[in-house]
Every structure is written in C-alpha cells, then in structure tokens.
Design a protein around this ligand. Structure first.
Ligand SMILES: Nc1ncnc2c1ncn2[C@@H]1O[C@H](COP(=O)(O)OP(=O)(O)OP(=O)(O)O)[C@@H](O)[C@H]1O
Ligand SMILES: [Mg+2]
Length: 615
C-alpha cells in the first residue's frame, strides 16, 4: 500500500473564483432551480428590509397620533411579513435540497469512474486515503458550498445593496457614516482570503493522511496485532490528528480575527450614526420615525454583513476542495479501456471491440507472445537509475507454457504486468500473434490476456461472481454456470461446493474468510474461466501443496491446449510442468531451455532451484 502523500500543487496564485467555476458543468443541469432558489431568497431577505419602513410609518403615524387601530394594523402587517419571509426561506430549501444531492452523486460517480480508468502507475503514486477523502469529505464540502455560501453570498450581497439604497434614500449623510467601514473591511477580507485558503488546503490534505492511516490499520490489523504494534499505530494516528487539530486551530484563529473586524467596525458605525441621528432629531432636522427606521434597517443588515466572513471562508474551503477533486480528475486516463466504448471512442486501437478467440475470417498468424528488446523503468524511478528490465528478448510459442524463473526482486512481476499493458514498455515491443500490443486497444489486449496475480484479490461478492469476473460477460446465464464449474475444476477449487451456499457463498472483503491457498485457486479459476488465448500467471500456485499443484497443472494443460502461457515459478515442482524455462537475471533473459538443460548448463539456475525438492 503506497503511503506517499498526494502530489499536491502549490495553492498560491490561483483564484478561488476560477477554481470554483470548474464546478459549472455539474451545476448546469440544476441551474434553473439554483437560480430560482437564489431569487426566492433575495425576495425573502429583502422582505426583512420592509419591516423598518412599516415601523417608521407606525412611529410617525398611529403611535404619534395615539391611534390604537393603526397600531394593530401595523402589527398585523409585520406579522404577515414575518410569515411571508419564513415561507419563502422554506421554499428555497425545498428547491435546492434534491438537485444538490444529485450534483454530489454525479461528481462522486465521476471520481470513481476516473479512478478505475487511470493507469496502475497513478495508484502506485497516490495514497488511498487521499483519494478516499477527496471522494467523501471534499465532495460534502462542495455540496454544502452550493447549498449555502454560494446562494447567500449573492443573496446577502443583494440585501446589503438594497438596504444601503434605502438608508441613503432616508438620510444620505447618516448613510455615508454607515458606509465608511466598507473600504477597510474589503482590504482586510482580501488579505484574510489568501491566508485562509492556504490553511484550508493544508487541513484537507491532513484529513487525507489521517484517512490513509485508518485504512492501513484496518487492512493490516493482523500484522498490527501479531506484532503488538497497536501502540505505535495509535501514536502515529495521535500525531497526525494533533497536527490536524493544530491546523484547524489556525483556521479558527483566522476566523476569529475576521469576526472581530467584521463585527466591530459596523457596530462602531451604527453607534456613530445613532449619536449623529439623535442630535438631528433633537434639532428637529429628522423625524423620530425616520431615525427608528434608519437604525432598524442598519441592524437588519448586521447579519448579511457579519455572515460575509464565514461565507467567504466556506467558499475558500470549497475552492481548495474543488482543486483537490480536479487534481484527481485531471490525471490522464488510459486510452481504450472502456469495455463498452463504441467504435471511434478509442483513438489507439484499430479494432475497439474486443473479439477474443472467435472463429473469425482470417485467423491471425499463431506466433504466441514475443518480447522484442523490451526495456522498462518505473515512471517514478530516480533519474539515472538503471532500468528494471533491459533488452528482454523472449518468444513463447503458441500453445507453449513458459516458466519464468529469477531471484526475488529480479523483475518477474514487472515483466508479467507488461503483457496486459498494466504498465507500458519504455523501449522495444511486445507482440501477441504478431500484433504489437502498443497499437491494440487496451480493452482488446486485456480480453486476449488473462492474469492471476501474486496477491489473490477477491471482492466482497459471491465466489461465483468473483470467478466469473474473468469471463467478461454478464453473470447468471447457463453458459456461465458451466464455465464456472469447469474453471473451478481446473483450479482444483472443488472446496467451493462444500461451502455453505456453494458458489453463491459471499466472501468478505479481500476474501479473508478463505485460506491463502483457497484464494489463490479462486484467482486462478478467474484467470482461466474465459478460456483466454494468452495466460499470464504470477506465481499462482505458491500456496498449494505439491500434489494439488500437480493436479492443477495437469488440468490446465488438458483444458487450455491452445493457450499460450507465461508462468512465474519459484519451485522446481512448478517449473517441471512447463515446456521451457526462461531465466531472468540482471534485467535480461540470460538463458532459455528445458528445466534439465538449464540445471546442467546454468549455475545460477541450478543454485536458484537447489533450495527445493526436485520432482
Ligand atoms: N510500482 C513500482 N514502482 C517502482 N519500483 C517498483 C514498483 N514495483 C516494483 N518495483 C521495483 O522493481 C523491482 C522488481 O520488482 P518485481 O516485483 O518485478 O520483482 P519480482 O521478480 O516479481 O520479485 P518476487 O520474486 O519477490 O516477486 C524491485 O526492485 C522493486 O523494488
Ligand atoms: Mg513478484
């Protein structure tokens, strides 16, 4: 499991607005509702500004004239306005709730699909917790942003503008006193925005690191318990969460500063306006009602003004979350992996539709698998390091089983991963029946080549579903049923029939409810169930006893007569069942021959094989 940090970009120098505008394609389908909701909210918010005007009418009219009926009328009017405002805000909520849930779902689905399509090298590089946190916390932040800050920045901005117009219309001198703090506040907000963005990004990345630790601790629970590492694991977690807490505190301090400024300055301005207004009322230059209306309008604007601080903070967080989301989505996907892509969807392949082992018109020349001066180095290998594989020349004839032997770390797994294009060769070429795999659609290569890996991974699904994953088609047809039975027989996985619900038995996460050898045999059954033309097995029988291994090999031979196979092997018992053996050493294939020939002629091979019992 990779534990590296996500390759994060510097947050500096980007504009929050430009970043957030990338959300538009997702918001577009729900734009009508979102705009109507904002409109409703603006109307509701401005309704609040009518209260002071009614008050002014009451103070200068019925109250001054001691007209009880007029006061009642005013009170009823205020009640009506209050109800209208509440109803409008409720309506807004109803308008946005459902569409925004669908926006979040769409973004999450896109992220997941993209993660399936990026190359293996991407997953080698990214910590899984970073990806997980982007698909959960960050998307939640984005939905909250769309639901609340986005609308209310507009709504409160509009309310402030309308309120200011009312204030200036009532008494422009007092209005200007209230407007005085605007400039210093804008300057402070601009400064605060940059600082907050950087800290918000740091906090989100730290959540990703924390998620990684949790995930690794859960997956590696056996090792942690077995080696008594729970204390150090807990310490690592505590360390990270303390760092995160520190970052959150910095965020809180920044917010506190902004609140201090944003709440104090307007209060001071209102105080000044109150003093000036009272003096004017005493001089008779202003009616009491106007002063009451003026001050209550100013007070009604307090919430829209004060909210700007945290609305901007939330928008900053949304912008960094967007950035993190698109960092993943911008990673280049593999071309030609969409199984269901129509013709033309794939730019590389000549034939986009996988057509494995069909009795088609001109049969391809049966040439098997050919490695031609293949060179490979991992994308993130340090500069100047020698390639893992250097000038590999190897020909596996059609129908032949070739064993691949080499010291541990010699590059066997790497070599096998090149055939189904899990990694791309960095030099030379690999051909399947004469056709260069680099010029074939990946989907087609993978339909032709079947694999079983060193780590037999099973998914949380039934045994049958896990195996039939290798068949390419749907599940549940009678054809699949017979293919499943045959594959289980080949892999000597008859233990399946003894499971509580047979092939319908659910296996848990990673198949941990099964033994290592049982998992390996299911992975093998998955590799052979589709009767592939080419089979690449990375040490698939290591967990089996020698007798079961021999049975598997014999069954493999019988059923897959036309299949060309490359099998990584460590034990003489496995090697003996192959037609020929290739020895991988120092990044090259240094010898090819039968087991007996190599034993006689190659000292390194003899040494590698000397550890086991010879069949
Ligand atoms: N994703 C990766 N990124 C960078 N280097 C890698 C990666 N995977 C493997 N390597 C390096 O490539 C070399 C060959 O590894 P590989 O897994 O192919 O060996 P192997 O022959 O299969 O070994 P074993 O017999 O132990 O399975 C090792 O030195 C390893 O450190
Ligand atoms: Mg290996």
């Amino acid at each position: 499991m990779p534990t590296t940090h996500a390759p994060a970009k510097e947050p500096g120098g980007r504009s929050a607005v430009r970043t957030l505008s990338r959300l538009w394609p997702y918001v577009r389908p729900v734009r009508t509702r979102l705009f109507s909701a904002a409109l409703v909210a603006i109307v509701a918010s401005c309704t609040g500004l009518v209260f002071p005007l009614v008050l002014k009418w009451m103070v200068d009219g019925p109250v001054a004239d001691r007209d009880t009926g007029g006061v009642w009328l005013g009170a009823l009017l205020l009640l009506g306005l209050g109800i209208a405002e509440a109803l409008l805000f409720g309506f807004r909520r109803w308008l946005v709730a459902r569409p925004l849930a669908s926006v979040e779902a769409a973004m999450r689905a896109d992220l997941f699909r993209h993660l399936q399509r990026v190359p293996v090298a991407f997953h080698d590089r990214w910590a899984s917790g970073q990806l997980l946190s982007r698909g959960t916390t960050d998307l939640m932040l984005l939905r909250m942003f769309l639901a609340f800050p986005l609308t209310f920045l507009v709504v409160n901005g509009a309310t402030i503008a309308v309120g200011m117009a009312i204030l200036l219309a009532q008494d422009w001198a007092l209005g200007l006193v209230l407007l005085a703090p605007v400039l210093p506040m804008v300057a402070f907000l601009a400064y605060f925005e940059g600082r907050y963005a950087a800290v918000a990004r740091r906090a989100q990345d730290q959540v990703g690191d924390l998620t990684t630790v949790v995930e690794e601790s859960v997956l590696g629970i056996r090792i942690i318990k077995g080696f008594g590492r729970h204390r150090s694991q807990a310490r690592a977690f505590r360390e990270l969460s303390r760092t995160l807490r520190g970052t959150e505190l910095v965020k809180a301090r920044l917010l506190a500063a902004i609140y201090g400024v944003i709440m104090t300055l307007p209060e001071l301005a209102i105080g000044a306006a109150l003093v000036l207004g009272s003096v004017q009322v005493a001089d008779g230059g202003l009616s009491t009602g106007t002063l009451v209306a003026f001050l209550s309008t100013a007070l009604a604007l307090r919430w829209p003004v004060e909210s700007i601080g945290f609305l901007l903070a939330m928008s900053q967080e949304a912008a960094t979350a967007t950035e993190r989301y698109f960092e993943v989505l911008d990673a280049e996907p593999e071309s030609g992996t969409e199984q269901d892509a129509g013709p033309g969807a794939d730019a590389v392949g000549s034939a986009a539709v996988p057509a494995p082992r069909r009795a088609g018109a001109p049969p391809p020349p049966a040439d098997g698998i050919r490695f031609d001066a293949v060179e490979f180095r991992y994308p993130d290998a340090p500069d100047g390091s020698p390639p893992i594989l250097e000038r590999i020349d190897l020909h596996i004839r059609t129908g032949e089983t070739m064993a691949l032997v080499g010291a541990t770390g010699s590059g066997k797994t790497t070599l096998t991963a090149l055939v189904p294009r899990l990694h791309e060769v960095t030099g030379g070429r690999i051909t399947l029946d004469g056709e260069d795999i680099a010029s074939m659609a990946r989907a087609r290569v993978r339909a032709l080549v079947s694999m079983a890996f060193e780590e037999p991974t099973l998914f949380s699904a039934s045994v049958g579903e896990n195996v039939l994953m290798g068949a390419g088609g749907g599940t549940g047809t009678p054809h699949d049923e017979s293919a499943l039975v045959r594959a289980l027989a080949v892999a000597q996985a008859e233990f399946v029939h003894a499971l509580p619900q047979g092939a319908a038995t659910q296996v848990g996460e990673q198949g941990l409810s099964l033994s290592g050898g049982q998992r390996q045999r299911l992975a093998l059954a998955r590799a052979v169930v589709g009767r592939p033309r080419f089979l690449v097995l990375d040490d698939p029988l290591s967990a089996l006893d020698v007798h079961t291994e021999a049975l598997v090999e014999a069954a493999l031979r019988r059923v897959l007569k036309g299949t060309t196979a490359l099998v990584v092997a460590h034990r003489p018992s496995t090697v003996l069942l192959a037609d020929r053996v290739a020895l991988l050493s120092g990044g090259r294939v240094t010898a090819v021959g039968t087991h007996q020939e190599l034993l006689r002629e190659n000292a390194e091979y003899a040494w590698l094989m000397s550890g086991g019992t010879e069949g």
